[in-house]
Ligand binder design. Structure first.
Ligand code: ATP
Length: 305
């Protein structure tokens, strides 16, 4: 089935965000300073919250363009291909001199991980080019996260506002948000920890109330406890997560956000959009990996049928 927006077209989504090559080493116990240990497995997978959300949105049925930067190295070539293979328009993906962003991830036997992110080419995203503005202007929504320089995120949000495009922000990594950015956000999608970091409120309902004093619409995701939606002047709505056996929850939030943005851009209401997003995320947590675990629209619809 083809997805349709309120205007009768496939919804168009832009993501202005990070893209990294994840270099994942699995070890029984991580090395102490000065120590070398033998790992049991190694995986190299394209990641970064921006690229993950773009892949989630494309697979959920959005006509999705990614705005970001890779280096002029082999990782850059591989990451561009990974986006295209997932159906993401990478025609405005910048290639800049130097290294692509990388995330060195060490996963211990019990699943605990340590991550070093070297931004590389992502650091070039300090503004928005004319060609990127043109892509943005034809979209229904712009998805943003906080893994790029703040000045770039603000510039993209401002360009979206000027073009009448809805802005959707996942405030991750968790931090306080400048007013300059919050004033440009139409929909905020934090998890419980990020909502607490933005508002200072640990309780999700209180955090949601506080968020709605700053933005018109918000969804707080609650892991296995589902998600909580609010709009200014309306009653909060809770949608439970789907009861599934989770094997790897990496990028559950990015899957949820990409799918939710597509459903909203199709003109669906908040509750129906949360159910669509919860189904997408439930499918992803039953599989290993980040972008590799994200479901296609047909699978999401089959689960909802
Ligand atoms: P991540 O950082 O791993 O991307 P997150 O912390 O941003 O995730 P969560 O709040 O953990 O996001 O999860 C997002 C959504 O994914 C939830 O609202 C829920 O719909 C779904 N989800 C997460 N964990 C589970 C689970 N164990 N079972 C079913 N659904 C889940």
């Amino acid at each position: 089935m083809t997805s349709t927006s309120a205007s009768g077209n496939v919804p168009r989504i832009a993501v202005y965000g990070s893209i990294n090559m994840d270099l994942v080493a699995y070890v029984p116990v991580r090395p102490a300073s000065g120590e070398t240990v033998a790992g049991t497995e190694f995986r190299q997978v394209p990641g970064g919250k921006g690229a993950n959300q773009a892949i989630a949105a494309a697979r959920a049925g959005g006509d999705t363009a990614f705005l970001g930067a890779v280096g002029d190295d082999p990782f850059g070539v591989q990451m561009r291909s990974a986006l295209v293979d997932s159906g993401v328009d990478a025609s405005e993906l910048r290639t800049v001199p130097g290294a692509s962003g990388v995330a060195h991830i060490v996963v211990e036997g019990d699943g605990a991980n340590s991550i070093i992110v070297v931004p590389g080419a992502n650091a070039a995203m300090t503004g928005i080019t004319g060609a990127e503005r043109t892509v943005l202007a034809g979209c229904d929504a712009l998805l943003l996260q906080l893994e790029l320089p703040m000045e770039g995120v603000v510039a993209a949000a401002r360009a979206a506002r000027e073009a009448g495009v809805r802005t959707v922000l996942t405030p991750a990594p968790a931090r306080e948000l400048p007013d300059e950015l919050l004033d440009l956000v139409d929909l905020l999608v934090p998890n419980q920890h990020e909502a607490a970091a933005v508002t200072g409120e640990e309780d999700p309902r209180r955090a949601l109330e506080a968020l709605l004093r700053r933005v018109p619409e918000a969804v707080v995701t609650l892991g296995g406890d589902g998600s909580l939606h609010g709009e200014r002047g309306g009653e909060p709505v809770h949608v439970p997560s789907r009861p599934v056996e989770a094997v790897d929850t990496t990028a559950a939030g990015d899957t949820f956000c990409g799918a939710f943005a597509v459903a909203r851009a199709e003109g669906r209401g908040p509750e129906e959009s949360m159910e669509f997003a919860a189904a997408a995320a439930a499918l992803s947590v039953q599989r290993q990996g980040a972008s590799t675990s994200m479901p296609r629209r047909a699978e999401i619809e089959a689960l909802l049928a």
